[in-house]
Design a binder for this molecule. Structure first.
Ligand SMILES: C[S@@+](CC[C@H](N)C(=O)[O-])C[C@H]1O[C@@H](n2cnc3c(N)ncnc32)[C@H](O)[C@@H]1O
Length: 289
């Protein structure tokens, strides 16, 4: 009868055919925790108990086979962890990233204590940003838009599971305008920002499995989404409202210039934990340049 430690080690060894050992070990541990509904602490404390016949382990060979095709762990398990939440993800949604947790933390730091905030998230994907902000900004009202109806279906299920009311709208932000009942206090977006030219540098688990519409922007116009969303901000934000972007680190100064050119004030880049400029914030003062 194998123990949990042995099963985890076997999966990790198999995954080392395509992943470095630390990543393979982490993926194997998370897979077993997911199947057996264990916390990391429970997995470690029960590592040497024989497992016996457990039907919950039946999917393990199929999951291993999928992981060996480079399919991301989060799609294989159907869930991703983000800012303390467990969210459903499917191939229609980007897998939420740690840098986006930093964007959420920045907004929460700057906006906490302000009552009845009206927040719009553009390109919501799994709904991770409004759902994480809802935990940190009680009383806020959320609207979230995405061009993808399939992503919005996942985001709706996540909102229902988290017990958060979000007004989800299917909008192509390059063509249309979200319908809002009142001016916004916060406009946030983590839009597509990977250049087509960067494809060659991307790992197969991202390139082959995550949705291209969530990732890529044309090489000839890297600020396409930022320009459109910032221009919409001039119409939709209340005076004093905050604009928050996750950005491609190569375009921090261009994004800042764009925002100053439109009349935003207090424009500033923020670094992530690796000291890379990955966020820009700005305040709309109500006067378009
Ligand atoms: C980088 S993903 C971000 C997803 C999620 N907010 C997150 O941080 O994980 C960008 C999102 O923008 C959406 N998107 C792409 N083009 C769009 C458009 N023209 N209008 C609205 N949303 C768009 C994609 O479907 C995707 O969900």
């Amino acid at each position: 009868m194998p123990t949990l430690r042995q099963l985890t080690a076997n999966l990790s060894t198999a995954l080392q055919a395509i992943y470095e050992a630390p990543e393979a070990e982490a993926m194997a541990a998370q897979t077993l925790e997911h199947l057996l509904d264990l916390t990391p602490l429970q997995r470690r404390s029960r590592a040497d108990e024989p497992l016996g016949d457990d039907d919950r382990l039946a999917p393990l060979p199929a999951l291993q086979a999928r992981l060996l095709t480079h399919e991301p762990l989060q799609y294989v398990l159907g869930t991703a962890h983000f800012a303390g939440l467990e969210l459903e993800v499917t191939p229609a949604t980007l897998i939420p990233r740690p840098e986006t947790e930093e964007l959420v933390a920045l907004i929460a730091r700057e906006q906490q204590g302000r009552p009845n905030l009206r927040v719009l998230d553009v390109g919501t994907g799994s709904g991770c940003i409004p759902l994480a902000l809802a935990q940190r900004l009680p009383g806020a009202h959320f609207t979230a838009v995405d061009v993808s109806g399939e992503a919005l279906a996942v985001a709706r299920r996540n909102a229902a599971r988290c017990g958060v009311a979000v007004d989800f709208q299917q909008v192509d932000i390059l063509q249309g305008v979200p319908q809002l009942a009142a001016p916004l206090d916060v406009l946030v977006s983590n839009p597509p920002y990977v250049l087509e030219a960067e494809r060659a540098l991307m790992r197969p688990n991202v390139l082959q499995f995550e949705p291209a519409t969530a990732l890529f922007v044309p090489d000839h116009d890297p600020l396409l989404f930022y320009r459109r969303i910032a221009e919409l901000g001039c119409q939709l934000l209340a005076a004093g409202g905050g604009l928050y972007f996750e950005i491609n680190e190569q375009y921090a100064s261009e994004t800042e210039e764009l925002l100053r050119g439109l009349g935003y004030a207090a424009v500033a880049s923020h670094a992530d934990i690796f000291d890379r400029p990955r966020m820009v914030r700005a305040t709309w003062e109500g006067i378009r340049q």
